[in-house]
Design a protein around this ligand. Sequence first.
Ligand code: AMP
Length: 552
Amino acid sequence: MLGLMQEVPLSIPMMLRRTRDLFPEKLVISRRPDRSITRTSYREVLERAGRLAHALRVLGVRDGDRVATLAWNHQRHLEAYFAIPSSGAVLHTLNLRLHPSDLAYIISHADDRVVLVDQVLWPLWEKVAPLVRVAHVIVMGDGGETPAGAIDYEALLAGAPDAPFPFDDRDERTAAAMCYTSGTTGRPKGVLYSHRAITLHTMMSLAADGPGISERDVLLPVVPMFHVNAWGFPFTAAFVGASQVHPGPHLDPASLLDLMAGERVTMAAGVPTIWLGILQALDQAPGKWNLSALRMTLVGGAAPPEAMIRGFKQRHGVVVQQGWGMTEMTPIGTVSHLRGEHEALPEHEKYHLLAKAGYPVIGVEIRARSEGGLIPWDGTTMGELEVRGPWIAREYYRPEEEITQFTEDGWFRTGDIVTIAPDGCVTITDRAKDVIKSGGEWVSSVALEGALMGHAEVFEAAVVGLPHSRWSERPFAVVVRKPGAQVDEQALKAWLAERFATWWVPDAMTFVDALPKTGTGKVQKSVLREQYRDRYAHAADAIQLPPAEAEA
Ligand code: AMP
């Protein structure tokens, strides 16, 4: 027997009707390339987005067509976020940090019909344009001349039919947005988000044990709008009626801190690198920025070190919540938080818990598998995490290679190696391809990096496995010191030796000014492995045997 409830489609127009009716005056604030700040309301953003939706129709965009954006986080990008999916087209966000040839591959693979480009990114677009075929290029200008052959965004809106925003229901299963994985191995793969997935992910983001976003929040997604819909925050903020603040191209710590203090931001979200920089700026100038409104930062995309989580809270009163997720997961999968029974724990144990990836959010199921089958939830056995849920991809868009990431019973294999505690708390020990296996035993690079970054003189660190003549692989650390710090290899090895078994301690390390990063701010370990590849090839065997070898 079927239930007898109304079948209102879960769609972006459904969410935006609420924004229109309940929160038209809440603010959308953005910083322009010239650093000036613009303030507007959801009312105006929806009015302009309506014009954009109709103008795209006039340009020939039809249901299901892909319309791409190559843009920083700002008001016009938000207008595109609302207009494109509501008009029936698919919002395809392009990662502006990719190489032009990768962008060309992605644009061609997605068959983008129209591209909206920031004027400040025109030099990048000029390198991509000869490699692709799109019907129209729209420039989101900032006072300069519109390049020949391109359409000016403001002129397009001004000339658009005077019709209301397309608030009508959309089939919830149709595609609303797409984003390609940053894929350090193989070709980038397209993930196609449905209206339903984005709507349910939005609702999850309001849960108190998840990000817990409310109407009172002023959200600052530092995470780019070109990466997994800025973790869904532009939609979440609009649906719940929170104001949103967009930093434009200015992502340095001082600019972000000025914006957070000046706009009384209550919640900001981004990758650990951004937050390490912000913590350092706060430590260098205590009291310079008033962050009393900031109730929480959501940090994810890579593992935030425990010392950073503690530093924010103890020195600046800022709570850090960790999120783990993936492009294929819209993206949020787990978040760290303390349960009721954790309240009585000593402080250091609470920080230790908060440094884990945390618990699956409502709607996401987890399990993990090793060669022997599904692993027990005992907090020590390691396996590859698999996930299932209504905002997790069931396949990629027109994959060009054989895909082995989807299991026969409909789960997604994440490629992340984890342990799961009896209460369901997930700890990420490594990305499968970054795993270090020394003498048959796993060494967790994430754990070593967290400990190194807990040293007062270390700013950032990465640990990779390098080929070793005897142990097949041994850990090697690449360390960025804090400005003026003198700490040396011997001292850092001693620091690690206090915390880990001797055979976990890297045999060697090097000090650099900066780590190589991907377009989404993750350390490029493949680059480090390549760069230091021969380091241990003929290394003397000075380490103690790992247990597996010792017993053999
Ligand atoms: P992307 O699809 O580019 O967002 O990358 C997803 C990958 O980033 C995951 O599979 C993890 O390897 C990594 N990642 C994301 N969040 C975290 C986190 N909180 N801790 C550790 N790794 C993370």
